[in-house]
Design a protein around this ligand. Structure first.
Ligand code: SF4
Length: 217
């Protein structure tokens, strides 16, 4: 973990770079975000947004999803990969929302985690983006950047979540994670981070190491 002052600088830099950072999945209510997030596993958000355009036209309510024929739902979501499992989980989650939660997506972590296909990442995203309850969303970008910057030494998403919770101010949890995603896509790429042009390089463990290495001529 790194010092408070460095964390403050990193948070400030990211806010300055990505003031409008938000979830890149298209949705209009918690149910749609829950479905879209399940589809986004092992798939790009751009692909999910193409798929959900038609999907949300066909299935408008939690009852529509709960009553769906699995094979038909599978056809809509096929291109997102792992479509059998995803269809099964979406139908089961919607059945549970109706039977256990009065037809509304629940608004607490414990209940959300009971829904088939919903893990901490999806639960935190729902809490944060739909219900205004701060949550740390650890996706592949948050995992990579947190490790490179030095905010964690863990690979397990839940441990990373707790490391970030200790260091990032609570009211910034949601925006910080969205900003990590933007920065991961634009600058801190998985294959080759562009440390030379990165605004947080002087506060980042990886960036500082890269700067101290002699450049190849
Ligand atoms: S300095 Fe490099 S490793 Fe650190 S956040 Fe920036 S691009 Fe990523």
């Amino acid at each position: 973990m790194i010092g408070k002052e460095r964390v403050k600088k990193i948070v400030e830099c990211l806010e300055k770079m990505y003031p409008e950072a938000a979830c890149s999945l298209d949705y209009t209510d918690p149910l749609q975000l829950m479905v879209a997030t399940q589809l986004a596993a092992q798939c790009t958000d751009a692909r999910v947004n193409i798929v959900t355009k038609d999907l949300f036209e066909k299935y408008k309510t939690v009852y529509d999803f709960a009553d769906a024929y699995q094979e038909e739902l599978e056809q809509y979501i096929r291109s997102t990969g792992f479509y059998r499992n995803k269809a099964k989980n979406i139908i089961a989650a919607c059945k549970m929302i109706i039977s256990d939660f009065g037809g509304k997506v629940p608004q607490d972590m414990e209940s959300l985690l009971k829904l088939p296909g919903v893990g901490r990442k999806t639960a935190n995203l729902l809490l944060n983006d739909c219900f205004g309850i701060p949550g740390i969303v650890v996706d592949t970008h948050a995992k990579r950047l947190s490790n490179r910057i030095g905010l964690t030494k863990n690979q397990d998403p839940e441990k990373i979540e707790y490391d970030l919770m200790k260091q990032i101010p609570r009211d910034k949890w949601g925006s910080f994670c969205h900003q990590l995603v933007y920065h991961g896509r634009a600058v801190c790429n998985a294959r080759k981070p562009l440390c030379d042009i990165c605004d947080i390089k002087e506060y980042c463990d990886y960036g500082k190491k890269a700067a101290s290495k002699p450049k190849m001529k």
